[in-house]
Design a protein around this ligand. Structure first.
Ligand code: GUN
Length: 292
């Protein structure tokens, strides 16, 4: 079994982005500027946004976080987005999900200028991705594609099973894996809560991508020998083995699955860091398109 070291690869990509950013600044131009909007105080969202902000600083980007109380109305949020859309000093905008129940994520995402939509969630950008036109790819699937590329993992003609059909991970991942491209050209099955024979389908996967949101859901008996296993999950679960009383777990039961597969991403240090650098890459592209 070979560990896919997302943390290391993300570090290498960050160096590439930092070098390009330094060259931009040397030319007397402003560095890329990412704005993250966060509504309410969901602890996981606070952590994700703080990591994104830290990563921006590491590569020399400007980053701003707009924090709003969960009492903000949908209209107020849409007006803030309009304001950011018009601001030439801001190149990328993300609205951290989930949003409070009274705000429609669809209306919010559709209000973002597609050229600033560095999450790649706007219908125009999703449409371009489906048609293989140049666009911003959603960060987590884009990060996983880069891991396949950098580890020379063959995807052509492989059976790829994806657990989860979210707009953020499962659905775009399926599109990217079926595209006529390398990485891509896989035969994809997307499984979800209504799927029958889940175990049987998983056990035929050459590539298994778990984004189901349930800690240690994937067990060794669901995995084919020598499969490539990508774990998108991240869960803080109680543990009596750590000082903090918590441990991070993925969607995959790492200890048993790692003994059976050819490649696996750890949690933490696998997919997570790749998601963040993909967002940085998209922000750099946005700045190039809008300002340089
Ligand atoms: N919530 C969980 N993942 C993401 C992401 O990639 N982008 C945004 N905006 N919200 C998220």
């Amino acid at each position: 079994m070979k560990l896919i070291d997302g943390k290391f690869i993300a570090g290498e990509i960050k160096k590439e982005i930092a070098k390009e950013t330094a060259e931009i600044i040397d030319k007397g131009l402003n560095p890329p500027h990412l704005v993250a909007i966060i509504v309410g105080d969901d602890p996981a969202s606070q952590t994700y946004v703080a990591s994104k902000e830290k990563a921006c600083k590491e590569v020399g980007f400007t980053s701003s976080v707009y924090k709003h109380s969960e009492k903000i109305t949908e209209n107020e949020l849409l007006e803030i987005i309009d304001f950011i859309n018009k601001d030439d000093e801001i190149h990328g905008l993300i609205v951290q999900l989930p949003l409070p129940k009274h705000i429609s994520p669809d209306r919010v995402i559709q209000r973002i200028n597609p050229l600033k939509d560095v999450d790649g969630f706007h219908p125009e950008n999703i449409g371009k991705m489906v048609l293989s036109l140049p666009t911003y790819l959603p960060a987590t699937p884009y990060g996983i594609i880069q891991l396949f590329e950098r580890y020379n993992i063959e995807t052509e003609g492989k059976n790829c099973v994806i657990l989860g059909r979210s707009n953020i991970v499962g659905t775009p991942m399926g599109i990217l894996m079926t595209r006529k491209a390398n990485p891509g050209n896989s035969t994809v099955t997307i499984c979800h809560s209504r799927t029958k024979n889940l175990k049987e389908i998983c056990s035929k996967a050459d590539i298994l991508i778990a984004a189901i949101g349930s800690p240690e859901f994937v067990t060794a008996d669901m995995v084919k020998k020598d499969a490539v296993v990508i774990d998108v999950g991240i869960h803080r679960v109680k543990s009596n083995k750590t000082k903090s009383g918590f441990k991070l777990k993925g969607d995959v039961k790492f200890d048993e699955v790692s003994k059976k597969c050819s490649f696996i991403t750890p949690v933490p240090g696998g997919v997570g860091p790749m998601t963040i650098v993909s967002l940085l890459r998209n922000t750099l592209e946005a700045a190039k398109k809008l300002a340089y």
